[in-house]
Design a binder for this molecule. Structure first.
Ligand code: DOR
Ligand code: ZN
Length: 345
């Protein structure tokens, strides 16, 4: 197959930041995707509906003229989130979910939730008002090995949470392990998951073998090959619990190539192309459309997009850097060839 037309996809997990980074990256997502769930981990975090609506306006203002791209906003859950804010989200037109960052788990997560059990009244309200909870599923204590943090979170936090709130809609974000796949498969239809392109295409050797490669460092960190295989199988299985969420997370090149480099892979420049490459690896290009364009919308209760995008086998070289006056961002696969290209959207 060297040409593939699918319904326009959506990105159910995206970081676009603000200011000049936002203006540098937003067009990459808007060119491919109809909608994207926008992460709220700004500095300071987006914790109220009002802040989310202001942030939405900043994103809309940064879009190229005539773009129909829709940012779907989320709020950052903190220990101080009032229960009343959950009802507000349920009633708000452009805000769709809460994001739970365990405190200290990743970039700008300091304001996150340290004691998940203490937030149970908030989850009860989300269940009651049917507001989805998006979860960064990693424990954070220094005693835990970084490669085990997702599995331990599932065993010690998430399984209890899903039992306690059996109808709460949950998206376990950016799955990285076979255990996480099994967990999602074994829970009810109210629990789904996103999978990133980097976790489908790479294992931990990409970060650590032959030198340190900071542009492959993200959280949760890439795992062993058998986990990647489990993720590929889940994504290409046609199971609607698994859908596209790039977790594209732009950081300045200087802050990635640093003695304490930031976590996050920038993938929005070639998101669909990278997923196509992964699905092709397992002979499952016919399953890409469900994963990229249908299941996320269905889970969020939103209409599927009616337009389409076409990918062609057409080699192109990813730029070394995407730069603007005060911004330089190194994309995933910088300077390398990709085989697929979105030719019309
Ligand atoms: O690698 C990551 N980068 N993981 C996250 O959870 C956050 C993200 C970011 O915001 O940079
Ligand atoms: Zn993220």
């Amino acid at each position: 197959m060297d040409k593939l037309t699918i319904s326009q996809p959506d990105d159910w997990h995206l970081h676009v930041r603000t200011g000049s980074i936002l203006r540098t990256v937003i067009d990459h997502s808007a060119r491919q995707f109809g909608r994207a769930v926008i992460m709220p981990n700004l500095k300071p975090p987006v914790t109220t509906v009002e802040q989310a609506l202001n942030y939405r306006q900043e994103i809309l203002d940064a879009l190229p003229l005539g773009s129909a791209f829709q940012p779907l906003m989320t709020l950052y859950l903190t220990a101080n989130t009032p229960v009343a804010e959950i009802k507000k989200v349920a009633d708000a037109e452009h805000v769709y979910a809460f994001k739970l960052y365990p405190a200290g788990a990743t970039t700008n997560s300091d304001a996150g939730v340290a004691d998940i059990e203490a937030a149970y009244p908030l989850f009860a309200a989300m269940e009651k008002y049917d507001v989805p909870l998006l979860i960064h599923g990693e424990v954070t204590d220094a005693e835990y090995d970084i490669f085990d943090r997702e599995k331990i979170f599932i065993d010690s936090k998430l399984s209890r949470l899903t039992r306690q709130f059996p109808t709460l809609r949950i998206v376990v974000e950016h799955l990285t392990t076979q255990e996480a796949v099994q967990f999602v498969e074994s829970t009810g239809d109210n629990v789904a998951a996103t999978i990133t392109p980097q976790h489908l295409l790479y294992n931990r050797n990409a970060i650590l073998a032959g030198g340190i490669h900071p542009h492959y460092y993200c959280l949760p960190i890439l795992k062993r090959e058998h986990h990647r295989q489990a993720l590929l199988k889940a994504a290409s299985s046609g199971n609607p619990k698994f859908f596209l969420g790039t977790d594209s997370a732009p950081h300045l090149t200087a802050l990635k190539e640093n003695s304490c480099g930031c976590a996050g892979c920038y993938s929005a420049h070639a998101a669909l192309e990278l997923y196509a490459e992964a699905f092709e690896q397992v002979g499952a290009l016919d399953k890409l459309e469900g994963f990229a364009s249908f299941y996320g919308a269905d889970f969020y209760g939103l209409p599927r997009n009616t337009s389409s995008v076409t990918l062609e086998k057409q080699a192109w070289r990813v730029p070394d850097v995407y730069a603007d006056t005060d911004v330089a961002i190194t994309p995933l696969r910088a300077g390398e060839q990709l085989q697929w290209r979105v030719v019309s959207a």
